[in-house]
Design a protein around this ligand. Sequence first.
Ligand SMILES: [Zn+2]
Length: 338
Amino acid sequence: MSLHLTGQFPAYRPRRLRQSAVLRQLVSETQLSARSLILPLFVRGGRKVRRPIEAMPGVFQLSPDELLRDAAAAQAAGVPAILLFGIPDKKDARASGAYARNGIVQQTVRLLKKELPELLVITDVCLCEYMEHGHCGVVQRDKSGARILNDPTLKLLARTASSHVAAGADLVAPSDMMDGRVRAIREELDRLGFTETPILSYAAKFASAFYGPFRDAAESAPKFGDRRSYQMDPANGAEALREVALDIREGADIVMVKPALAYLDVLHRVKTEFGYPTAAYSVSAEHAMVKAAAARGWIDERAVTLESLLAMRRAGADLVITYAATDVAKWLKETLDR
Ligand SMILES: [Zn+2]
């Protein structure tokens, strides 16, 4: 922006364009619309299961029949897409539930695509929920401790992604942060003829304390150590750009920054640098903080939520993944109808 082209007081009075709601809307630079929202949902086996997640009010582990109801409600409110996470009955050292033909995610994808064919189904592709140790990759233990192996993990991720797509998933979203996973998944999808299925990569995913409540939701907390050997150091912005560049070169169609609110600078840099479709994931603790403060009457839940999501859009997010998607879509509709 060239400051010498900007007016000066008293000729320029910014308040002129703030006088009424109509004027403000006319010059508003950023819009928040239900069309850009994605709702994460957690599925587990059974029927009529709706298990609340303590630190995430309004979020549940759902059996497929119940998940279908929430997905339908989201779609009816105007949310175009869901992001599906699976919680298997059994875990093992090879995450076999992640790529089982009749795994919990695969079953649910088939059900969703049959009952709600217009709803976009994005599947989270990772192994942590399916591994007995809770890490996102294959673990090798030796005298010095345990290591998360990169390359042996890629095959399992590619197999998981292709099994989701074979079941009908519209997009796959790898979240593991192994190096080279986007390429491995792209090659496997292409080999099987799924050349048109887009990849939404968790390109810059930080090792964040803001994921706490999610780990209860997805039952994916690591049994030992932490995820700092594969997820990014919160201190690093330039490295985030390299991670995104890598994923784009490997075939990512949409890139994500996660978490959202504490990383808006990264989001802005990613969008400005690459101009790719960019997603922000407003994570579990962001949701929990708003809900907790709102429950005490300390903040206005609706206003704070809408402002936070608008800030993500302003920073560069085209897509916003939020647990509040259905509520937000309803709130936006009410505002329009008023
Ligand atoms: Zn994981």
